[in-house]
Write a protein that binds this ligand. Structure first.
Ligand code: NJP
Length: 252
């Protein structure tokens, strides 16, 4: 019987960073509940994690839709007494200037990145606070540290998510839940329609998954509140920065 004491819920686990986190957490011995909309991709991730001997469940959840969280999401958590962790990762990015971004795009970004984070936290926090040393890792963005030109909707959503998660950190801290905000720069995923492999100078999904797993394996008394992170072969933030150039091969 899986009571959740060793279980981590990963949202957006069908590809990219969420997939990387699920595989690294599974390899490290955590049981998993995986949420996303693409069930075939979730099944592929789940079957690899089961090869590590882990208990894995998947659920087709659209985090931007409260009904989906309350039905499919709730069902996937219904047998648990507690939850060891949450990787709050599902998200989308559409980069457009204010002139170009449509109201539909604005609403889609905000409903996924902000409403989705809020609904997921509402659902998961009661189980996390039932655990004696739970951990939340929120995959936010460097766009929550800097407001870039041509990204008003995405930056607004990630600043909103960062504010939400920091307020929740203060709420749950007295109940022993540690909360870490990850602020990565470029990661080589499917984000914004890209193909993995196209940005080899960036962080990989496995790099970020390993980092998330490392946070989960820290001693219980350590609370890492925020972690800005980039590849040494890539940049961070909008300012000119010295970094290792033409060294992608050497750092793979
Ligand atoms: O992107 P991608 P990443 N309901 O496209 C899921 C942040 N970030 O891994 O539903 C449920 O490969 C989607 O699943 P599906 C970024 O803002 C990235 O890079 O099946 N799930 C898929 O599993 C985001 O918060 C970079 O389509 C939904 C996953 O999300 C997080 O990293 C830099 C969903 C997206 O996988 C993961 O993005 C940075 C919904 N409504 C922050 N909508 C970067 N890559 O450079 C999407 O600073 N998903």
């Amino acid at each position: 019987m899986n009571d959740g004491s060793n279980t981590v819920l990963v949202t957006g686990a069908s590809r990219g960073i969420g997939r990387g986190a699920a595989l690294e957490l599974g390899r490290a011995g955590f049981d998993l509940i995986l949420w996303a909309r693409s069930v075939d991709d979730l099944n592929e991730v789940a079957s690899t994690c089961r090869e590590f001997g882990r208990h894995v469940e998947i659920a087709a959840v659209d985090v931007s839709n409260y009904d989906s969280i309350m039905t499919a999401g709730a069902a996937s958590l219904s047998s648990l007494k507690s939850l060891r962790g949450l990787v709050l990762n599902a998200g989308i990015g559409i980069w457009n200037s204010l002139d170009a971004v449509s109201v539909d795009e604005w609403q889609k970004i905000m409903s996924t990145n902000v409403d989705g984070a809020f609904y997921t936290l509402k659902m998961a926090v009661p189980l996390l606070t039932n655990h004696s040393f739970a951990q939340i890792v929120a995959v936010v963005s460097d766009s929550a540290a800097y407001s870039y030109a041509n990204r008003p909707a995405y930056c607004a959503s990630k600043w909103g998510m960062r504010g939400l998660v920091e307020a929740v950190r203060r709420d749950v801290r007295p109940r022993g839940v540690r909360v870490t905000q990850l602020l990565p720069s470029r990661v080589d995923t499917h984000f914004r329609g890209k193909t993995p492999g196209a940005r080899r100078d960036s962080l990989s999904a496995t790099d970020v998954g390993s980092l998330i797993t490392m946070i989960f394996n820290l001693p219980k008394r350590i609370e890492v509140r925020e972690l800005p992170v980039s590849a040494i072969t890539s940049s961070y933030g909008p300012f000119e920065e010295l970094y290792v150039e033409n060294a992608t091969e050497a750092f793979q």
